[in-house]
Design a protein around this ligand. Structure first.
Ligand code: 0A1
Ligand code: ZN
Length: 849
């Protein structure tokens, strides 16, 4: 067996598969150490194929034997696959391989989690199960037989037959191998039924370990809501008689859309009021919807190759965002999505890991399941919808489903549907998929004789490998307010296509206050100098809720910047604006909570970097605390009143309205705790009958250096619950004083409950460490060293999770020379680790540049 060095794969090198698959029969004889996988695959030459050598992917497989049309063959085997001479026409390939699921700690392919067998095949895990053309443009009809000593044996599609220790499954829909799934274990189901608009009766199951059965009801409700929504909004009904979801404890990502057999990280499906927060409920609902929506956008229409990943992910995220907005309110959802985009995707775009929504090359595809592909990908769908309008979008999507159902499609196919359905030329828009970096739009204006000129100038900064950028086609939603806050020009969708454009608004009585980029109409950064007074008017009156929030956000950011730069206390006018919002009962509590929550330390650092300054994490941390203290002091009485009115009586309900009230209550609690030595928080902790209230109170106490007793009580109460214990680990790091963050994380790694091989537990500690800006960037580099030590330890077991967590170092270049040096040293130490995985090697190399 010869080893091959990691290769870069290029979009430009795409070649159609030489052979297609008609049918696949798989037999699994399950055994932890030696599972046998017997495959029988009917191949036929692809008339459009451009490969002339028969090649099957395969990794870490022990080939016991292979035949072609029944005749034994001896393939030439490498570390990544095999080749073999084949007949001219169609033929049947059979192989018998042995794999060891218990030894599979990478959680990719067939592996074991808590005694159950499960699979993860996206992106390239199927090749760790058997030899196969493991690429999404090869789609086959799968039949599966599972033999194993487990009460529940599941695979994709519909059940065919079963008996003691075996089960057979058939999936009638041709699919790529990445959607294959198998689960075997001692599981119980929470079951329900759903009848589609087409009259199909679908059995629904959420499969869990016996102790988790009381955490399934919410997920089931979310699943049914998703099924209804996709029928009503996209006209898409479910297409099998069975839909299974399985919860597993060891999973690298959130969840996976395997056809008819979705597999979920248990943290993304199990929910119950005393163990899950409002945020958990909302996230679980969205992820269940996301995976379900993939049945049409991902499974029925899949991707031609992995460069097209955003075709399914951007669209499916856009769909799940719309779903959540429909269920829970669009304004707050848009704010939350913009916050996530800025925190994760803008950060990615601004650093060494920047890449286009459709990358042009990769070494390890698992490294490209990124905020750019997912969240920016969703923004591109949103912009298309803005450009063609609601009716145009509906027509384009209908055409897309009609034209490409059953196919493996590309971004070109997708855009062509918009052009054909609406007549719009999207040639320039297509650049969004190829050009990395966050565009910046600079806004200037003038007002002469009743005519207002608004000038927008766009610029996208260079990113790795893309020094020169072209102007993009950007929808910029703009409205104009009169000085008294009334709207004089309602929202108009300006289309910015050139480097600079001026738009004219005539017949105005007075100089208007512009509200630019309403509803965050494009994923861009706005450079717009506006007076605090104008922002105050927008905060109080803008008819666009997003920009109302945004105005408050920018005022808050400027207050924080002044505190960081000059130790300045908040401007009284800002405090007045905040007070008015806090006490405005016309506004939704959730919306008020968003306005009251200050920009994060990370946001402040971003703003400093954009102003050409070097952020000092300690200084930002203490300045933000000082501003919070000043706000608490100034708004004490109003906050006290709001806190009282936001208490939600009666039994816990995760619905948005109650959750919004709790969010506002807990936001003001976090301020009030700064003044009352934790009295209210301690009382709330004591009386809490749900996790939202319990953990919010605990967080407030930890914030002021109290809460150690509650932390111990929390542990005693929840030590039997893995998901709640993840919160226990994470919270005390996230809410620690920066001087103690690293030592806290370090001591938690010595806790007997720190099961570092479980990705959720590992992330609960190290995700929290990396997310604590001032704690992680401790000046002596102890945070970097601790993380590097553990990533080096995790890499041989789980390359995917290691590579994802290395991104904690991606903002290296923005810090001072000392910190940069220390980060570089930590990364270099990781890079020099013998036998470092391909995943981590690629990420470290990209960060080091
Ligand atoms: N397609 C899934 C995400 C996913 C991707 C890769 C995985 O393993 C490497 C697992 C899940 C989704 O978008 O939900
Ligand atoms: Zn997805």
């Amino acid at each position: 067996m010869k080893d091959s060095a990691p290769q870069t794969v290029y979009l430009a090198d795409y070649a159609a598969p030489g052979w297609l698959v008609d049918s696949v029969h798989l037999t699994f004889r399950l055994d932890p150490e030696a599972t046998r996988v017997v495959s029988r695959i009917a191949f036929r030459p692809n008339p459009e194929g451009t490969q002339d050598r028969f090649y099957l992917d395969g990794e870490n497989l022990k080939l016991i034997g292979a035949t072609i049309d029944g005749q034994p063959v001896t393939p030439e085997i490498t570390a990544t696959g095999l080749t073999c001479p084949v007949p001219d026409g169609p033929f049947v390939w059979e192989a018998d391989v042995e794999i060891a699921p218990a030894a599979n700690t990478a959680l990719d392919g067939l592996y074991m989690s808590g005694g159950m067998y499960c699979t993860q095949c996206e992106a390239e895990g199927f090749r760790k199960i058997t030899y196969y053309p493991d690429r999404p443009d090869v789609m086959g009809v799968f039949s599966v037989r599972i033999e194993g000593d487990m009460p529940v044996l599941l695979s994709n599609g519909n059940p065919v037959a079963s008996g003691d220790g075996w089960a057979e499954w058939h999936d009638p829909w041709p699919k790529p191998a990445y959607l294959f799934a198998l689960v075997a274990g001692d599981l119980v189901a929470h079951s329900d039924l759903f009848t589609t608009t087409e009259g199909r009766d679908v059995a629904l199951n959420i499969w869990v370990r016996p102790g988790d059965l009381d955490k399934c009801a919410f997920g089931m409700t979310a699943l049914k809501a998703s099924m209804v929504w996709d029928e009503q909004v996209y006209g898409r009904a479910y297409d099998l008689d069975l839909f299974n979801i399985v919860a597993v404890d060891d999973f690298n990502m959130g969840a996976m859309e395997n056809k008819g057999l979705n597999i979920f990280n248990s943290s993304c499906v199990l929910a119950k009021s005393d163990t899950s927060t409002d945020a958990d409920f909302e996230r679980i609902e969205a992820i269940i919807a996301h995976e379900y929506f993939h049945n049409w956008t991902g499974n029925r229409i899949t991707c031609r190759d992995w460069f097209q990943l955003c075709l399914k992910e951007g669209l499916t995220v856009f769909r799940d965002q719309t779903f959540t907005g429909d269920l829970r309110g669009h304004a707050v959802k848009r704010i939350d999505d913009a916050l996530t985009l800025r925190a994760r995707q803008f950060r990615e775009d601004a650093g060494p890991l920047a890449h286009p929504v459709r990358p042009a090359s990769f070494v390890e595809i698992n490294n490209f399941y990124t905020a750019t592909v997912y969240e920016k990908g969703a923004e591109l769908v949103g912009m298309l919808k803005r450009l063609v309008g609601d009716d145009g979008y509906r027509a384009a999507l209908t055409l897309y489903f009609d034209r490409h159902d059953g196919q493996a499609a590309t971004i070109e196919d997708w855009l062509q549907c918009f052009t054909d359905a609406t007549g719009r030329d999207l040639t320039q828009f297509a650049l969004w998929y190829a050009q990395a970096g966050t565009p910046q739009i600079t806004v200037t204006d003038d007002f002469v004789d009743g005519t207002y000129h608004l000038t927008l100038a766009q610029m996208t900064p260079p990113t790795p490998g893309q020094p020169d950028k072209q102007p993009l086609h950007i929808p910029v939603a703009v409205g104009l307010l009169a000085p008294d806050g009334s709207e004089v020009v309602p929202t108009r969708m300006l289309e910015l296509t050139q480097a600079q454009q001026t738009y004219t608004f005539a017949g105005l009585a007075a100089r208007p206050i512009p509200s630019v980029l309403r509803d965050f109409s494009a994923p861009v950064i706005l450079n717009h100098t506006q007076s605090a007074a104008d922002r105050g008017v927008l905060l109080a009156h803008d008819s666009d809720p997003f920009n109302r929030w945004e105005a408050g956000r920018i005022l808050a950011r400027d207050v924080l910047l002044a505190a960081v730069r000059d130790g300045k206390a908040p401007d009284p006018a800002y405090l007045d604006g905040l007070r008015a919002t806090l006490t405005d009962d016309q506004l939704h509590p959730a919306f008020r909570a968003r306005i009251l929550a200050l920009p994060s330390e990370q946001d402040v650092a971003d703003a400093l970097v954009r102003a050409g300054e070097t952020p000092d994490p300690d200084r930002i941390h203490s300045a933000r605390r000082q501003v919070r203290q000043a706000i608490a002091t100034a708004l004490d009485a109003q906050m006290d009143a709001v806190f009282a009115t936001m208490q939600v009586p009666g039994p816990y309900d995760p619905r948005a309205e109650d959750a919004g009230r709790r969010t506002l209550g807990n936001t003001v609690l976090s301020y009030l705790t700064l003044l009352d030595a934790g009295h209210r928080a301690a009382a709330q902790y004591e009386g809490a009958d749900n996790m939202t209230q319990q953990i919010a109170a605990l967080g407030c106490l930890l914030d002021i250096g109290a809460g150690q007793q509650e932390l111990a009580a929390f542990r005693a109460q929840w030590q039997g619950d893995r998901l709640v214990m993840d919160k226990w680990f994470g919270l005390q790091i996230a809410r620690s004083d920066p001087a103690e963050t690293v030592t806290r994380a370090e001591s938690l790694t010595r806790d007997p409950a720190f099961d570092w091989k479980n990705p959720n537990r590992f992330r609960s500690v190290f995700g929290a460490l990396a997310g604590h800006m001032a704690g992680f960037h401790r000046q002596d580099g102890a945070g970097y060293d601790l993380l590097a030590d553990w990533l080096i330890k995790l890499d041989p077991l789980n390359p995917q999770t290691t590579a994802r967590m290395v991104t904690a170092f991606d903002a290296m270049a923005r810090y001072d020379a000392t910190r940069q040096e220390l980060m570089r040293a930590a990364l270099t130490r990781i890079a020099r680790t013998p036998n470092l995985s391909r995943d981590t090697t690629e990420m470290v190399a990209r960060i080091l540049g």
